[in-house]
Design a protein around this ligand. Sequence first.
Ligand code: ZN
Length: 489
Amino acid sequence: MSQDILLYNSLTRKKELFQPLHPPFIGIYVCGPTVYGPPHLGHARPYVVFDVVIRYFEHCGFKVRYVRNITDVGHLEGDCDEGEDKILKRARMEQVEPMEVVQRYTREFHAAMDSLNVRSPSIEPLASGHIIEQIEMIKKIMSAGLAYETNGSVYFDVPGYAKNHSYGKLSGRVLDELLTYTRELEGKEEKRNAVDFALWKKADQRHLMRWPSPWGDGFPGWHLECSVMSSKYLGEPFDIHGGGIDLQFPHHECEIAQSVAASGKEPVRCWMHNNLITINGRKMAKSLNNFITIEQLFTGTHPLLKRSYSPMTIRFFILQAHYRSTLDFSNEALEAAEKGLQKIMASVKNLLLLKAGAATSSDVKSLRKKCYDALNDDFNSAVVIAHLFEAARISNAAYAGHETVSAEDLEELKSVMNLFTFDILGLKDENFAQGGKSVEQLMEIIITIRNRARKNKDFATSDAVRDELKKINIQLKDEKDGTTRWEMG
Ligand code: ZN
């Protein structure tokens, strides 16, 4: 099924008709987390947004290779070339090995993504697993005369690169201004210019994560891993590079410069950036004490939270805004999202119980096209949700007897709701999640019916119930006191 999808390209600053380089294949790279602490709200947005992008591309018949890395080395505090490695700092605080930090927070990140129903990427490479490739890329940039070594570290020569290439074309930064506003270098520093960035850093004695290189023991600069791993798994150029807008500069700008310097090729066809999350109108920052982890949202344990919110409430809330708008978290906004989600889920259930009647008074037939049009217009999930609310309104009105729905329209409503709510927006009905309250109630009904059959010596029915449940991994246990328990697995 083909659709014409318009995508906003941060590089050209306009919406463009998306055309894959090698249809039906699409290569997408999204910068993954630096695993030095529990995943927080800032992690939820990009990965939910790109999960929907990928679900939609796949629905349209494309074969997507989605690469999302794990940064386990080289990300220094302040996101520049100074300060301690974020992972090493945490390892020192917790008195564990750096790789223990990496493993622990990678597991926490995966668990958070699972609860948000974010599917796994096709490939999830680690920066530390690609040190050889990173060294090779540095050598290429040095041979092109665009990097220099000082005292065991290697830096990218930004002014040298800018003589023949545009540095700042993605982020809109102007090199002359950067040179004016960045602080003067003191004589003892290794960089020739403050705007130059590290490709390789010399490891001092205390630095545990280190590898041998032609320039001595050290570790790669943060920007390098993404250039190396995206081109390794997706080729050069590839279709879409995504990430939060805070990564546009310097991270993504540096990625472009590195790739162009090493291979002469523009690495990415289309850059997609999601906007940031604010909390009560303010930027999320540790110093403002509004840094909320995903776990805290689910448990309601952060002081700013009035109560807990379910994973699907968070997912729905994120998708209720277009990905290029800022998104403000507040208790009121989350409560409204929860109500909205419940309304849609209730209408899905009502549709199952609804009986078809006379002709529908509302316009059902255009809903599907309107949802497609919204997604084709730069993945506007906010507008899709507005149309799902209209579908929910029709369903609920018909259920309450205020409106009628024809048989044909009823099928269409069910199909549109299922496709866009569950398959493409990736929402789940949490009432029917494992261990949810409704499952308990359902099981109670099933067990009562089975036990009634046994009492009547209708063993064919009672055995069939038990066997069918077993097929979906539910075990019934008959206790001595005549009661029946059930458990998963
Ligand atoms: Zn990256």
